[in-house]
Design a protein around this ligand. Structure first.
Ligand code: RAM
Length: 359
């Protein structure tokens, strides 16, 4: 991927800029008036627990975590199930505890179901970092890909622009318990109140499994033959739908699909009758930031406290768009006890730029 060109396009076209963590040599804390900060320990072990081990998006994010760890001589172990359930993730948390890991970086399939196991890990002084999909468990720092409300609202706005604010729409989601999906969908519903002529007729769940996603998509299309738009806020759902619609283009030429997609999976379809624009951020960077936060917190370089800012030193920063991240509270009213760090903002991909990205 051409990071510089991404940055350039983002500002030039007044698109919402994407935040690139890229490669950098280390993060240092800047507590006011403090003595020289501690440094990251010379080695450590991090369990990376994605929603599942097969989703290409999760694989890229995991690779981002591993790349950050490698820079400092730390080791990352990816461990999870193959279906997007909390139960499939529990053995990985237990394995992290047994291995005396320094940290767990986890994309939760359920906001609360993992808390008993994560609490055991936390009691064993394992640093808990959520990424991609948050856990509502004590002591957690969630690395959010972008502002949750902005993600949900902007997807509705994108679709509204394409269907002239009118018609039946549906959502093709991932697992019904996924924290990130449900948070985004909540904000989509809020944004939809601005569009009285658009009606959300159904939300279906493909579990981030291409086969299930296709089945629920076909059910949706049969039940609602007049659908004007589908929002799929999952890379698995949107790529499955894009592929299906492209092979049935004459039947569905008036149906617009948008959501969150990997440019590498969506390039072929973007610009056809169904797909005009979709959004995402760089999942590799999301993983990198989570990896750095895990090492910094576990080593005592920074604390997981609201107001703490961490920055990236000059060395290796030339690809970095955001220069510092400040830990905030979770979104007010969300019931999430985690602290948050937000990577950047969603980026809009269209036929004009989608081929420029390799993730
Ligand atoms: C899917 C997963 C993931 C989400 C992306 C956009 O791969 O559901 O959690 O963040 O899509």
């Amino acid at each position: 991927m051409k990071l510089e060109s991404l940055k350039h396009r983002a500002s030039k076209k007044a698109l919402i800029a994407v935040s690139i963590v890229g490669m950098f040599a280390g993060i240092c804390a800047i507590p006011a008036g403090a003595a020289a900060p501690k440094t990251i320990a010379s080695k450590g072990l991090v369990y990376i627990i994605p929603k599942d081990t097969t989703n290409p998006y999760e694989v890229i994010a995991d690779n981002g975590v591993k790349a950050a760890l490698k820079t400092e001589g730390w080791r990352g172990v990816v461990d999870s199930g193959t279906t997007d359930t909390a139960a499939a993730q529990e053995p990985a948390i237990q394995a992290a505890i047994a291995a005396k890991a320094n940290a767990i970086v986890i994309a939760a399939n359920d906001p609360k179901a993992l808390c008993p196991e994560l609490e055991k890990a936390r009691r064993d002084k394992i640093t808990i970092i959520g990424f991609d999909s948050d856990n509502y468990c004590a002591g957690n720092l969630f690395i959010n890909q972008a502002n949750t409300q902005q993600i949900g609202a902007s997807e509705v706005d994108l679709l509204a622009g394409e269907i002239h604010d009118t018609g039946q729409i549906a959502i093709l989601s991932a697992a019904a318990t996924a924290t990130n999906q449900n948070a985004w969908i909540g904000y989509m519903k809020q944004e939809l109140t601005k569009y009285p002529n658009m009606s959300l007729v159904a939300t279906v769940y493909g579990n981030d499994d291409p086969t299930v996603s296709l089945t629920v998509l076909q059910g949706l299309l049969t039940q609602y033959p007049n659908l004007a738009g589908i929002i799929s806020p999952t890379t698995v759902g949107i790529s499955t739908a894009a592929q299906y619609l492209s092979t049935h283009e004459s039947q569905y030429s008036n149906l617009i699909l948008t959501g969150l997609g990997l440019p590498s999976q969506m390039g072929t379809y973007t610009g056809d009758d169904n797909v005009k624009a979709f959004e995402l951020w760089n999942p590799f960077d999301l993983g990198s930031l989570a990896g750095w936060a895990a090492m910094e917190i576990n080593s005592g370089v920074i604390q997981n406290k609201v107001g703490v800012t961490f920055t990236i030193p000059a060395k290796g920063t030339k690809l970095v768009e955001a220069k510092s991240w400040t830990i905030t509270k979770a979104i007010a009213g969300s019931g999430d006890p985690s602290n948050f760090v937000t990577l950047g903002a969603p980026f809009v991909f269209t036929a004009a730029n989608v081929k420029d990205f390799n993730f």
